[in-house]
Design a protein around this ligand. Structure first.
Ligand code: HEC
Length: 123
């Protein structure tokens, strides 16, 4: 059987591309890919990062600052509305410890919060 020469060349190129090491090893391009290091350092950072960025970008989380109780509500919301698997109690504690420490409320709070008005001299 005679295959047209152009088809043979095309097949050879395809076979080469599939086995060519540099092509096969290219990681998929991920625009804006982020790693846990972009979040403030602290206990539970990796666990929380991978749990909470499985479905969406980190910006949804880093843009907001909330109390521990409010972060707890967010986790409830992820479970109830967004099909996040219910975390073990111990895991939930790890996430809450981290989220409330790394992303606290930013407005000045009575008796707490680490927010400082950048236009006021530091006390
Ligand atoms: C199983 C998928 C999934 C996981 C895991 C998940 N989320 Fe979400 N999350 C969603 C979806 C879908 C939305 C967008 C829908 C919405 O606005 O409620 C969302 C929205 C949000 C929002 C914006 C909510 C709003 O009302 O605007 C915040 C904040 C958030 N997620 C925080 C988290 C945190 C913190 C975690 C980790 C504890 C987490 N998510 C894990 C699916 C997930």
């Amino acid at each position: 059987m005679h295959l047209p020469r152009a088809l043979l060349v095309a097949l050879a190129v395809l076979a080469g591309a599939a086995t060519h090491p540099t092509l096969a090893q290219q990681p998929a391009f991920q625009p804006g890919a982020e790693t846990p290091e972009v979040w403030p350092a602290g206990p539970g950072r990796e666990e929380t990062f991978y749990q909470c960025t499985a479905c969406h970008a980190t910006g949804l989380i880093t843009r907001i600052g909330m109390t521990r109780a409010q972060w707890n509500d967010i986790i409830d919301q992820m479970v109830a509305k967004n099909a996040m698997p219910e975390p073990e109690a111990a895991d939930r504690k790890v996430y809450l410890d981290y989220l409330s420490a790394a992303f606290p409320p930013r407005a000045p709070q009575q008796g707490g919060g680490n927010w400082r008005n950048p236009f006021q001299p530091q006390r």
